[in-house]
Ligand binder design. Structure first.
Ligand SMILES: Cc1ncc(COP(=O)(O)O)c(C=O)c1O
Length: 438
């Protein structure tokens, strides 16, 4: 065995100190903290791939608009709970420009990031009909969303889509929907953590079943248009970001400022409720609130109770970013394409040293290079691989935490620096020598 770049006892002792009995279940924050401690004590730089945080400067268009708004004094005023009219207008146009779907500004509601968008959506969806008390996750997924349901005491069910792509998705989804307890279905597209992208055939299946079984689809577009295999960046022109909105009226689109615009720090997103859903009455909502439609309850009851609206200045930023994108003046995807370039290089290094991509295909086609990818190593479980890679100064999270049933890790490209490809190559060479594949 060759010496590992980080002394094993340093990692083992830190894991013990954090009282993590099963490393496959370590959270992102725990992995980050262990890596930071090992890095400080060993003086050896970690290749950090656990956090899904934008690693790029924020959109200059957004910063300029936000600073100007602050200088005009808007910080002293409560924002309109419905949202800044200009932002609602631009969000509606953005959906037309980049998805080719008509959705009125009324239903485009600013939220303090998609995190709040999903929280408010889970809550409202769960209150529509008392028989429907469960959210269905098409996993793998973003772990914090399940945490949100735990916090609010709601039930969820989940399946790993790995074996149910294409036509197989229909039967699998129906096996849950037939029971009558599902209020909403959630997935992200492109997907965190696997970067698979559901295609139009799959979205049609989801949409048609949502209509048939009267459930609401929460389409999480946190990585909007970041399937770099196609150029989705020209407004009002094909190809468009695929969406379930073409196939059902029961949907909320969750658009985030965090990744596509590198605006995570300001906590801004827009939850876009379809026109039909916005105006729909549900017996559960009428009973609980004495009236209101899905849209008005979402805004005037739920969001009002959660945060009384969304940071005023961040709404100006988001409005300006969407407007510039809609008018073709600002190609937001150009700024984030670098994630795809990094993924390509990183994947090549891992594959050359015996690793494989866990989620590797979208119905026969290799997955896109983007913000995340998933890796596995022959004969190693998720927990073993995550821990073992820490000895080599590489931190990533286990797929176990994402609802995946596959053995492997999620690697995020956002914090990779140019000098780290060589570092990774050297370290993975030793890894392979220490773990020969039979
Ligand atoms: C799939 C997914 N949804 C939502 C979010 C959160 O987005 P926001 O920063 O807008 O709350 C993330 C962030 O990592 C994500 O990966």
């Amino acid at each position: 065995m060759k010496d590992t770049p980080i002394k094993q006892h340093l990692i083992d002792e830190t894991i013990e100190e954090f009282q993590i009995a099963d490393f496959s279940k370590a959270t992102i924050r725990e992995v980050k903290a262990i890596a930071a401690k090992a890095e400080a004590e060993s003086g050896i730089e970690f290749i950090k791939m656990e956090m899904g945080v934008p690693g790029l400067p924020p959109s200059a268009v957004g910063v300029k608009a936000e600073v100007e708004a602050l200088q005009k004094g808007i910080a002293s005023l409560y924002p309109d709970i419905n949202g800044l009219p200009e932002l609602k207008q631009e969000a509606s146009r953005f959906i037309k420009a980049f998805i080719n779907v008509d959705l009125k500004p009324e239903g485009c509601v600013p939220v303090t990031g998609s995190m709040q968008g999903t929280f408010a959506s889970f809550l409202t969806c769960s209150q529509c009909d008392e028989k429907k008390d469960t959210i269905l996750f098409i996993d793998p997924g973003f772990p914090v969303q399940k945490q949100q349901l735990v916090v609010m005491g709601q039930k969820y069910e989940t399946f790993d889509v790995y074996d149910f792509r294409g036509e197989k998705l229909k039967e699998k989804l129906e096996s849950y929907l037939q029971k009558g307890n599902i209020s909403a279905i959630i997935y992200s597209n492109p997907n965190n953590p696997s970067w698979i992208c559901l295609d139009d055939k799959e979205l049609r299946i989801i949409g048609e079943l949502a209509t048939q079984y009267d459930v609401i689809v929460l389409e999480d577009l946190a990585y909007f248009a970041m399937d770099f295999r196609q150029n989705l960046s020209t407004p009002f022109q094909t190809p468009y970001q695929p969406s379930v909105a073409h196939y059902t009226d029961n949907y909320i689109l969750l658009i985030s400022g965090s990744k596509a615009f590198s605006y995570a720090g300001q906590r801004i997103g827009v939850s876009c409720i379809s026109d039909k859903l916005y105006h729909r009455y549900y017996p559960g909502l009428t009973k609980r609130y004495g009236g209101g439609t899905f849209g008005t309850v979402f805004i005037h009851r739920v969001l009002y109770a959660l945060s009384s609206g969304t940071s005023h200045s961040a709404q100006f930023a988001m409005a300006a970013m969407l407007k510039a994108a809609n008018e073709g003046e600002y190609n937001f995807l150009d700024e984030v394409k670098i994630y795809g370039e990094r993924a390509k290089k990183l994947k090549e290094i891992f594959l050359r040293h015996g690793f494989h991509l866990v989620y590797d295909k979208d119905l026969g086609e290799p997955i896109a290079d983007g913000f995340y990818f998933t890796i596995g190593y022959p004969g190693m479980t998720s927990g073993e691989l995550a821990k073992e890679l820490m000895y080599y100064g590489v931190s990533a999270i286990s797929l176990v935490t994402t609802g995946s049933h596959q053995e492997g890790l999620r690697a995020c490209t956002s914090f990779i620096k140019d000098h780290q490809y060589e570092q990774l190559d050297e370290r993975m060479k030793i890894f392979k020598e220490n773990h020969p594949i039979s």
